[in-house]
Design a protein around this ligand. Structure first.
Ligand code: F6R
Length: 359
C-alpha cells in the first residue's frame, strides 16, 4: 500500500497536496469560509482562545496562535498539554478551549480537554480520527480529513491541521467582523493556492537527497525562524530528532544571541527559514551573526543568500503561508532522506509509538 514509495512517510509527504484540498472541500465556497459542523454561536461571550496539544500538533497550535490574533483579533495562548494539566491553570468561561490531535487519543491532551470541560469552558477539537475519545468529549469537532497516517512521524496531519486552523481563524474573523471583506477574499484565494505549494518538484527532492549525504554527519542542528516560521523550525527539528536520532533544536531566530549562539562553530548546522515576505531583514541579520561565527548555514528561501553554505531555493510567493508550506515539505524530505541514509526505520523510529495513550 505504499504506492511505489519507499516508506509510508514518503507517501504521506507526497499526499499532502491532495489531502489539503480535501480538507478545504465544502469549507471554502467562492470567497467565503464555512464550517457546517460548528455554530457561529461558539464565539458568543468568548474573549480568548486557549490551545492545548502535544508534539507536532502543538506546533500546529503555535502556528495558529499567530493567525488567530492576526486574523480573528482574538487573544490566543498555547500550552503543551502535559504542562497545562498540572499547573493549576486559571480557567474562565469566556475562553474557547481548542485541542489539536491527530489520533484523538493522546492521554495528556484528552485529560486537558476534560479539565476544561469540567471547568465549564466551551471546547472544540481539531482531529483526524472521527469518533475518537476527544471527539466524543468535545462540544464541537472539526475533522482534518488527512486519511490514515501510518508513519509515526507526523506529516500530513500537521499540514491539514494548519490549514484547518488558518481557515478557522478567518471564519472567526468573519463572525467577529474583525477582518475586512477584501482581506478575507485575498486570504481565501491564497488558501486555494496551498495544494499547489505542497506539490513536490523533483529538483527539491533531489536537493534534499544530495544534502542528506553531508548532513547526516552533523553533530548538532539549529532550526531557526521567526513568526510562524518559528513553530515551523520546531517542527523541522522534531522531525529530524524523531527519525534520524540527531540532536536538533528549534529556536526563534531572535533568541540565538541570548545564549545558543555560544555553540556556533563549523560543526553546528543551522537550518535557516528565510521567507521573503515575513521579517526577511531581521532573520537575515540573525543568520549573518551565526555565519560570522562559522556555523554551517543551510538557508531555505525564495531569495538568493550569499552567506549560505547550502541553499534550497523555494518558489516566490506573495503570501508567507505559501512559503511556510513549501518549506515544510523541504524539512520533511530532508529529515527523511537523512534517516534513510542512516539506515533507520523511517516509519517506525525507535522508542516511539504512533499514539501516546499513557501520560
Ligand atoms: C511527531 C508526532 C508526535 C505527535 C504527538 C501528538 O511526529 O507524531 O509528536 O504529534 O504525540 O499526537 P496526536 O496529534 O495524535 O495527539
Amino acid at each position: 500500500q505504499k504506492n511505489g514509495f519507499r516508506f509510508f512517510m514518503e507517501k504521506e509527504i507526497y499526499e499532502q497536496s491532495d489531502v489539503v484540498s480535501d480538507c478545504m472541500l465544502g469549507r471554502i465556497k467562492d470567497s467565503e469560509i464555512n464550517f457546517d459542523e460548528i455554530n457561529p454561536s461558539i464565539l458568543d461571550g468568548i474573549n480568548e482562545i486557549k490551545i492545548c496539544a502535544c508534539g507536532t500538533s502543538y506546533h500546529a497550535g503555535i502556528t495558529s496562535s499567530y493567525l488567530f490574533e492576526r486574523l480573528s483579533k482574538i487573544k490566543c495562548s498555547v500550552e503543551v498539554a502535559s504542562e497545562f494539566r498540572y499547573k493549576e491553570p486559571l480557567l474562565t468561561t469566556d475562553t474557547l478551549f481548542i485541542v489539536i490531535s491527530q489520533s484523538g487519543e493522546t492521554a495528556d491532551t484528552l485529560e486537558a480537554l476534560k479539565m476544561a470541560k469540567n471547568a465549564g469552558l466551551r471546547t472544540l477539537v481539531v482531529c483526524n480520527v472521527d469518533n475518537s475519545s476527544m471527539t466524543r468529549v468535545s462540544d464541537a469537532t472539526i475533522l482534518t480529513r488527512a486519511g490514515i497516517e501510518k508513519g509515526v512521524a507526523s506529516t500530513k496531519a500537521f499540514s491539514t491541521q494548519t490549514v484547518v486552523l488558518w481557515m478557522l481563524s478567518l471564519y472567526f474573523g468573519k463572525i467577529r467582523n474583525s477582518i475586512s471583506k477584501e482581506k478575507l477574499q485575498s486570504e481565501v484565494s491564497t488558501l486555494r493556492e496551498v495544494p499547489k505549494s505542497l506539490k513536490i518538484e523533483d529538483s527539491i527532492h533531489e536537493k534534499a537527497k544530495r544534502l542528506s549525504k553531508r548532513y547526516l554527519h552533523g553533530h548538532g542542528f539549529f532550526f531557526i525562524g521567526r513568526d510562524v516560521f518559528y513553530p515551523l523550525a520546531l517542527e523541522g527539528a522534531l522531525k529530524l530528532k524523531e527519525i534520524s536520532y540527531l540532536h536538533a533544536e528549534g529556536y526563534p531566530a531572535g533568541e540565538m544571541k541570548h545564549g545558543p549562539i555560544a555553540l556556533a562553530d563549523p560543526e553546528l548546522f543551522t537550518i535557516a527559514l528565510m521567507p521573503q515576505n515575513m521579517l526577511y531583514d531581521k532573520i537575515k541579520s540573525n543568520v549573518e551573526e551565526l555565519s560570522a561565527r562559522d556555523s554551517t548555514i543551510c538557508a531555505i528561501s525564495p531569495l538568493d543568500f550569499d552567506l549560505a553554505d547550502d541553499f534550497i531555493k523555494i518558489n516566490k510567493s506573495e503570501h508567507y503561508m505559501l512559503e511556510f508550506f513549501e518549506m515544510l515539505v523541504v524539512l520533511q524530505l530532508l529529515s527523511m532522506e537523512i534517516s534513510i541514509r542512516l539506515g533507520n526505520d523511517v516509519d517506525m523510529p525507535r522508542n516511539l509509538a504512533k499514539s501516546v495513550t499513557v501520560e
